[in-house]
Ligand binder design. Structure first.
Ligand code: ATP
Length: 402
């Protein structure tokens, strides 16, 4: 068990590729921390730097209270599980799991013979530990439900079984920190779901610090105590699943987390006696007082962000008897039934009931039992208490709660 501290770490590869820039991270003891971001954002490099598989260009890494910046991977007390399992193909499952422990307790036959001749007491200690390896492997195999596979070779296993063995091999060593690099991405959707549950249980059982790299936001949201969202080698936000979802620090985070992603519309803020309004050619929304108070910008040019589940639609026919000029209207251009919900793609049509340019498409997550069809004219109801306003240039969220 250990914390991991990354202080001002940068990594520049040959050809001046800056993969990680001035990274500061405090990973708590026993925490499940997920590094999330798009391909190339530097998450694997960060993990490899913690593992010692890459040398830092600058900065410092500590595991527990030990500085490990230049310590070899095998001496960092970490275990790493990769996407491609990396099992030794010529060794049985048992041997794969026992190998690391055997190496630790006495190395190969030559080393042991040498020890027997030069230091009988040390040799006796090693021999006792080596006898414990079999029990250790069997116990772990039982927990991971792979006991029946111990005599098989890796080529005789399914993808899910191989990943279970890889996890078993990592846990048998009782490392201070587990590092996972997209360990589930080779598995099919059903197996991924199962393994996700297994990983959560494993974390609860082992109470060990885990750092997990993924580009899959569902994995990140369900597994992580905290999520680190990365972009271009830098951290954009660190927070719990709900913090990064509900209070995204930037437009990038808001757009990356959530499926389908947040809707964005660029426009202007206007101020009148009855309060602040967001106005764009296709959309008008009055800004709730609470949001207005949070708003922190001099500029009136903004990007409005609203999640698909915070925008509901009603059939135009049900609202046209009660004309209300603050309502926004649009036309459904696509209906995507997902089973538990239906996605409605709405071309927004301006602040009146007449369609204007229909240039912007907003996605609304609707109740699947409400029937809509392509071409339906609809009125949009925006839950303005959940909207966000972003700076169009820096992407900063201008309505973050302090
Ligand atoms: P992915 O999800 O695709 O694995 P990632 O977020 O894990 O992406 P990294 O593998 O950390 O990204 O790579 C970050 C950047 O560093 C990328 O631009 C990548 O091309 C570059 N990079 C990674 N390894 C090397 C290397 N050995 N030599 C040169 N550039 C590298």
């Amino acid at each position: 068990m250990a914390s991991v501290s990354i202080e001002g770490v940068s990594k520049v590869f040959a050809g001046n590729v800056e993969a990680v820039r001035d990274l500061h991270l405090e990973i708590h003891d026993q925490e499940f921390l997920v590094l999330l971001g798009p391909s190339g954002c530097g998450k694997s490099t960060t993990l490899r730097l913690i593992a010692g598989l890459e040398e830092v260009t600058s900065g410092e890494i500590r595991i527990g209270d030990r500085e490990v910046t230049h310590v070899a991977p095998k001496d960092r007390d970490i275990a790493m599980v990769f996407q491609n399992y990396a099992l030794y193909p010529h060794m049985s499952v048992y041997k794969n799991m026992a190998f690391g422990l055997e190496l630790r307790y006495g190395g190969n036959w030559f080393h042991r013979t040498w020890k027997r001749l030069t230091s009988p007491t040390e040799f006796a200690e090693v021999a006792t530990k080596r006898r414990g390896i079999r029990d250790e492997v069997r116990q772990t195999a039982q927990v991971m439900e792979i006991e029946h596979l111990l005599d098989r070779m890796p080529r005789q296993l399914s993808g899910g079984e191989r990943q279970r063995v890889a996890l078993g091999r990592a846990t048998v060593r009782h490392p201070a920190v587990f590092l996972f690099d997209e360990p589930l991405s080779n598995l099919d959707a059903k197996l991924r779901l199962e393994m996700r549950k297994e990983l959560s249980k494993l974390h609860q059982r082992l109470e060990t610090t885990m750092v997990y790299v993924t580009h899959d936001q569902t994995e990140a949201m369900t597994l992580g105590d905290r999520i680190v969202v990365m972009e271009g080698g830098e951290v954009r936000q660190i927070g719990t699943s709900m913090e990064v979802y509900d209070q995204p620090a930037t437009k990038f985070v808001a757009g990356f987390i959530g499926s389908p992603p947040m809707n964005f519309v660029s426009g202007k803020l206007t101020r009148a006696d009855d309060g602040m309004r967001f106005v764009s050619p296709g959309l008008e929304v009055s800004i709730p007082e609470e949001k207005e108070k949070q708003f922190t910008s001099g500029s009136d040019e903004v990007l409005l962000g609203i999640r698909p589940e915070d925008m509901t639609v009603q059939k135009h026919s049900t609202v046209q008897d009660h004309p209300n000029e603050t309502l926004n209207f649009g036309d459904i251009s696509l209906v995507e039934p997902l089973g538990d919900s239906t996605l409605l793609y709405v071309e927004i049509a301006g602040g009146s009931s007449q369609p204007k340019n229909g240039e912007i498409t907003l996605i609304s997550k609707a109740d699947p039992r409400t029937k809509f069809e392509q071409g339906d004219r609809v009125a949009l109801d925006i839950a303005s208490e959940h909207l966000h306003l972003f700076d169009p240039e820096s992407g900063q969220n201008l309505t973050m709660r302090g």
